[in-house]
Design a protein. Structure first.
Length: 129
């Protein structure tokens, strides 16, 4: 964003431009529901549908960094807070990405030890590199 601001017409005309501080990771970020995507066309329909999560859910909001009265703040723009599906913890717990642990987590070393020792309660646990 700072590069865009420095190359803007206003900056080229010599007018002051307020750049985003380096400690702010993003200028604008849009959030949507995990069900908010639309289904991609797969041609003739010969592929099996494994996991259909898309319901074209309208929930969304945009968080934007703004400079107001001497400080940077986050404002919410264009919010739509409604969902077109049930919000149940049992449904959320069934998503595969909830049951996965990133390789950078310290917990991975403990999981490897459990697998090596043959932990009976975790027979189906696998650690992938």
């Amino acid at each position: 964003r700072n590069k865009q601001l420095r190359e803007s017409k206003r900056a080229k005309d010599g007018q002051p431009v307020r750049c985003l501080p380096e400690e702010l990771p993003r200028w604008r970020r849009r959030y949507i529901c995990t069900h908010g995507w639309t289904d991609r066309s797969r041609g003739q329909g010969v592929r099996p549908q494994r996991q259909i999560r898309s319901t074209a859910c309208p929930f969304r909001l945009t968080a934007e960094s703004v400079y107001i009265q001497g400080s940077w703040r986050v404002e919410i723009h264009f919010p739509v807070y409604t969902h077109n599906h049930a919000l149940l913890e049992s449904v959320y717990d069934n998503y595969s990405h909830i049951r996965q642990v990133p390789m950078c987590e310290p917990l991975v070393g403990d999981l490897r030890l459990i697998v090596r020792s043959g932990g009976k309660s975790l027979r189906n646990l696998r650690v992938y590199s």
